[in-house]
Ligand binder design. Structure first.
Ligand code: SF4
Length: 233
């Protein structure tokens, strides 16, 4: 509760910006399930060729919070579900500490197929390029149009670019709630995989605490929204 109150005091709102997921045309379907069925045969970029399968967003269709990552990792590609690998476990723990119920959130990625470099038997993560992000915004934008959430969390640079465009960035906007023409703000923070790459124990602990602090803004935002709704009734 204390973390949530602090987060509420620290929430700052900045001006509207948009990336390809929040502007232009997107896929059209009557439900998330129908979108997913369409996406299963997507060939809008080349990433479907080497990936095991599509990894579409998952979560309640009435979710008020949407979390957007970069792309599925090795485990997600094999399992067919988002955020089920090591970074997903870190995200789960940090959401819990921040007072956010993961099961009530919709989790998805900017890019729906795993991009990797094969090194022997290992598949090493490779960051999606601008064209792939642009192409796959066709699906993310459609997911968001279906869900119409109260708040979207951009986890890492790729999510920031697809939601807010190239003028925004994780370093520049970390912890900011950025208003968008879509009617909901985007909260900017890191991707949880960043925490797994930090070697120094003290640095890892302080960055993890900072990530929890960012996520506490989600809980604070939702508490404010529920309070405003109740006052209107
Ligand atoms: S990464 Fe996205 S745009 Fe590219 S083939 Fe997969 S679903 Fe289609």
């Amino acid at each position: 509760m204390e973390a949530r109150n602090k987060a509420r005091q620290q929430m700052s709102r900045t001006a509207a910006k948009t990336g390809p997921a929040l502007s232009g045309e997107h896929a059209n379907a009557h439900s998330i399930a129908a979108l997913r069925r369409q996406a299963e045969s997507c060939e809008r970029c080349d990433l479907y060729k080497n990936a095991t399968q599509l990894v579409f967003g998952e979560g309640p269709v009435d979710a008020r919070i949407v979390l957007v990552g970069e792309q599925p990792g090795d485990r997600e590609d094999l399992a067919g579900h988002p955020f089920v690998g090591p970074a997903g476990r870190v995200l789960d723990e940090c959401l819990h500490e921040a007072g956010v119920d993961r099961s009530s959130c919709y989790l998805t990625n900017a890019v729906k197929h795993f991009k990797f470099e094969q090194r022997g038997k290992r598949r090493l993560h490779s960051r999606p390029n601008a064209g792939e992000i642009q192409r796959c915004a066709w699906w993310l934008g459609a997911e968001l149009e279906q869900l119409r959430p109260d708040l979207v969390v951009a986890l890492g640079a790729t999510a920031v670019v697809t939601l807010l465009g190239r003028s925004a960035g994780v370093t520049k906007n970390r912890g900011d709630l950025i208003d968008t023409p879509a009617g909901y703000p985007v909260l900017v923070t890191i991707h949880p995989s960043y925490l797994l790459r930090i070697q120094d124990g003290d640095d890892a602990a302080s960055e993890r605490a900072r990530f929890v602090k960012d996520l506490a803004k989600v809980a604070a935002y939702e508490a404010d929204r529920v309070g405003r709704t109740q006052r209107r009734l």
